[in-house]
Design a protein around this ligand. Structure first.
Ligand code: CA
Length: 409
């Protein structure tokens, strides 16, 4: 759950290190204090206690960094094959299988209560927070207070600020543990605070909805979200399919659904050529890279996953990861329409180590090719006489392997 409306598919891979190039004036601390005090009445009306408001807002300082993130415009649109190669890689499949085993009892109970299967719940967890390894580092109250008082979209962020105050005030999650993305998504599920209030559940029954410190609460809350979004138990998210030559794909869309029998009548088969399933659910045709790329028929359960983050590429990452967690393939059978496929996180780290060996200061080797890495890649591409687009795919990786830098680490 990310603040994706302005951010698109770049967000999941470049949350840190991608910012910059935006000269924003540092917001004024006294102005923030005045503004926050001015919100007291509205916060109390929204359900925050007077005492809680005073305690939780005392000493809040503005954070100019979140305003830069708000205004950041990606100079670089991530191709879907790069996006998926980083999110659905061997590492995330392996870690996810370990989590399926480790949490199998809780996942079985969650599946019984909400009707959402373990692989889907774990796939969301893996994409949202790397199975709890990556929550974001921004103190939520500080970020949301800043966004409530400066910049665009203040009224939206005020509701999230009040929601975060209510979460801390109620004791579900203490304020010091409310740490997350610049826009306020936090915890295992990366819910926004308002989503937390609507959707989080106390699954282990200890009286707190703890999506930061309690995995069963987090798994159940994810399942509850999908359940509320219209998930139908037992229905597949969809499948990769093969289109007959000459099929008219105008109007193809996730939303434009027809029964499988109609697709079959038009000559669509499973990707391996076998007929579509006989159970006649409704499916939309998703062509994430146009008709030259892989094709998918997707059900209403794909829509439920989509609603978690409002991006089709995001929903496809979770769908493919869930297939891989069930023992299927993580990558589409039909190749993406590119001669330069994307890199896994391990390969991205290899690129970053090579950039350091070439003398570039790209910061931490974290498997995320942010702006410093892309700048270094652009520079190397120029020196190598390649197209200097700052993107590293398999071609760049091969070049770096053939041209190791000299700086030893
Ligand atoms: Ca609990």
């Amino acid at each position: 759950m990310r603040f994706s409306a302005f951010f698109g598919v770049l967000s999941a891979l470049c949350l840190s290190g991608a910012m910059g190039n935006v000269a924003a004036a540092e917001p004024d601390a006294a102005e923030l204090t005045r503004c926050v005090q001015g919100l007291r009445g509205a916060a109390v009306k929204a359900g925050v206690s007077e005492a809680g408001f005073q305690r939780l807002t005392a000493g809040l300082k503005p954070d100019g960094g979140v305003l830069e993130s708000l205004d950041y415009q990606p100079e670089f649109r991530t191709p879907i094959w790069d996006y998926l190669a980083g999110l659905v890689d061997d590492e995330r499949v392996r870690d996810g299988r370990a989590m399926l085993t480790r949490w199998q009892d809780a996942l079985a109970q969650v599946a019984r209560r909400y009707g959402v299967d373990a692989a889907t719940v774990v796939a969301v967890w893996g994409v949202e927070s790397k199975y709890g390894q990556s929550f974001g580092k921004k103190p939520l109250l500080q970020s949301l207070a800043t966004l409530s008082c400066f910049g665009r979209r203040q009224s939206y962020f005020r509701q999230e600020f009040f929601s975060a105050l209510k979460i801390a005030d109620s004791g579900d999650v203490p304020a010091e543990q409310l740490v997350g993305s610049w826009a306020g998504a936090f915890g295992h599920t990366q819910f926004m605070p308002s989503t937390f209030l609507r959707t989080a559940v106390d699954f282990d029954g200890d009286g707190r909805r703890d999506l930061v410190g309690n995995v069963p609460d987090a798994l159940a809350s994810t399942a509850n979200f999908l359940h509320n979004a219209g998930w139908r138990s037992g229905l597949p998210w969809g499948m990769e399919v093969k289109l007959p030559a000459g099929l008219d794909v105008s109007g193809a869309s996730r939303k434009n659904k027809q029964p499988l029998s109609k697709w079959a009548a038009r000559g669509v088969t499973r990707v391996d050529g076998r007929p579509l399933p006989a159970d006649d659910w409704k499916a939309g045709l998703l062509l994430p890279a146009g008709k030259e790329g892989p094709a998918f028929l997707v059900s209403r359960n794909f829509d439920a996953i989509y609603s978690y983050n409002a991006a089709e590429s995001y929903a496809l990452a979770i769908a493919l990861l869930s297939d891989a967690l069930r023992g299927g393939s993580a990558a589409p059978q039909h190749p993406w329409p590119t001669d330069d496929p994307g890199l896994s996180r391990e390969e991205r780290r290899e690129v970053q180590r090579a950039l350091i060996a070439h003398g570039y200061d790209i910061g931490e080797v974290d498997g995320m090719l942010g702006s410093a890495s892309r700048k270094a890649i652009r520079d190397l591409q120029q020196r190598a006489g390649m197209e200097a687009d700052g993107r590293a795919g398999q071609k760049m990786l091969r070049w770096l392997r053939a041209h190791p830098g000299e700086k030893t680490q």
